[in-house]
Design a protein around this ligand. Structure first.
Ligand SMILES: *Cc1c(COP(=O)(O)O)cnc(C)c1O
Length: 456
């Protein structure tokens, strides 16, 4: 090992760090942003420059970057009981309390909770739960998993197979048996002259055709985000879940709500599934559960799946699965506190209060001549850029307009995220109306500059 170098943070990063989900040419030309700390909704880099983070880190730092109550909870729990597992029937008291709390705030009248360290692991675990359940119930052929194009469910081998993004071809994924139904994005995929209701009916018809073609009794379950997040903030078309729910019931296909982004308030309600009448059989959570202060994922099983899994695990002697750090007491204490902060310190209320201002400014951005669609709900939104508002024709790829906007915004001290041709925003739940204005003022100015730069 070398002695610590005297090189800059940026040079040391270049030498020692391998970055994922990072545009390598931008990284090579602009270097990394190395951060030291945060305050409220801002983070600070090693040069003291401040950035407003319009993405809450990765959707998760909803209480800001230095919430004192959360920090105190971390210190107190660390002194009392910082680490244990949840295998062999042993478990930290705090983890039991967190399970109880999650069941209380869940939409289920009865429920049990299973802990992982991430959203990807939670989705992978849910797939194994469904596979075991069907196998023990005499339907071992029920293994196929249905998700949607543009969905994001994570990066582990199963959850990457569930994710409906082309980049997973790099890994030869999806695995066989992972099916992708239509993306219910009316603005993008609606046909000429097709009403939104007709579009929704077509989405449902296509899903049923897919199920019938594959064989209903070969399908283990369907997973869906209430609002697609990393697909570019895509709320479902009007009536979508009400239309697909009876189809899934008809073929006894469980529906899992992937609430990793929507859960705990992002849409303005505690759960996205309630906002869109999903009536899921289980809920997968992560991200906001610890306000981004600890890695954690959790599956909240509805009454049927919970009872059934209990029964088949007794038959099998155990549910042979677990992550060493799953249900860690430090994470559990942080999650208990984070949920308390979201519910009782006015964060959920603030999402509802600030959302109209957020949506108004988002829609104003949508009036820009190169904005095809502005869409959002609660405190999540996106503006999708196009060459032509009417034909929805894409801007030339090589202009990289959304990346340029994000890079220029970064120079101006605003972190926002380019996702395909869209700019995505998902600020912390503590953002004020004045900060919402500041965020959009910077973004508007940035867009003007970039469109001038690229000669549009
Ligand atoms: C982020 C995300 C995941 C994956 O969570 P990780 O903790 O990154 O593994 C899964 N589903 C959705 C909807 C997500 O947004």
């Amino acid at each position: 090992m070398l002695a610590q170098s005297t090189n800059s943070w940026e040079q040391r990063d270049k030498e020692y760090v391998f970055h994922g989900f990072t545009d390598m040419s931008t990284l090579n030309s602009s270097g990394p942003v190395v951060l030291t700390h945060g305050e409220g909704i801002n983070v600070y880099d090693v040069h003291g420059k401040s950035y407003m983070d319009a993405n809450s880190g990765l959707w998760n730092n909803v209480a800001g970057f230095n919430h004192q109550g959360l920090i105190d909870t971390i210190c107190d729990q660390a002194r009392r009981f910082p680490g244990y597992h949840a295998f062999f029937g042993r478990i930290a008291d705090t983890t039991v309390s967190l399970s109880e709390k999650l069941v209380q705030i869940s939409p289920f009248e009865r429920s049990k909770v299973y802990f992982t360290n991430s959203g990807s692991e939670a989705n992978d675990t849910m797939v194994k739960m469904l596979w075991m359940l069907h196998r023990r119930n005499g339907q071992p052929q029920r293994r196929k998993i249905v998700t949607r194009l543009n969905a994001y469910h994570g990066v582990t081998v199963a959850s990457a197979s569930m994710t409906g993004k082309a980049y997973n071809e790099e890994f030869g994924l999806p695995l066989p048996g992972f099916l992708h139904a239509d993306c219910p994005h009316y603005w993008r995929f609606g046909l000429d002259g097709e009403s939104e209701a007709e579009f929704t009916a077509r989405m449902a018809r296509n899903l049923e055709e897919l199920i019938v073609k594959e064989g209903p009794d070969t399908i283990a379950g369907m997973f869906a985000e209430p609002v697609m997040g990393a697909g570019g903030v895509i709320p479902p078309s009007e009536g979508y879940f009400e239309a697909i729910r009876p189809i899934l019931r008809r073929y006894s296909i469980p529906l899992v709500a992937d609430e990793v982004i929507c859960g705990f308030g992002r849409t303005g309600e505690m759960w996205g599934n309630e906002k869109y009448n999903m009536e899921p059989d289980a809920i997968v959570t992560s991200k906001c559960i610890t306000a981004g202060y600890f890695p954690m994922g959790a599956i909240i099983l509805g009454p049927n799946l919970s009872d059934e899994l209990q029964r088949v695990s007794e038959e099998a002697e155990e549910f042979p699965h677990g992550f060493t750090a799953g249900g860690n007491p430090l994470g559990s204490a942080i999650a208990l506190k984070a949920l308390d902060v979201i519910e009782n310190e006015g964060l959920l209320e603030n999402v509802t209060k600030v959302s109209p201002r957020f949506i108004k400014r988002l829609n104003k951005l949508g009036e820009h001549e190169y904005a095809g669609e502005a869409r959002g709900v609660g405190l999540m939104g996106a503006v999708e850029l196009v060459a032509d508002k009417i034909t929805k024709e894409a801007l030339p790829d090589d202009l990289q307009v959304s990346e340029r906007i994000a890079n220029k915004a970064l120079e101006k001290g605003l972190i926002c995220r380019p996702l395909g041709a869209a700019i995505v925003l998902g600020p912390p739940f503590i953002i004020t109306e004045a900060q919402v204005d500041e965020m959009f003022d910077i973004l508007e100015a940035t867009m003007e500059e970039v469109f001038t730069d690229v000669g549009l």
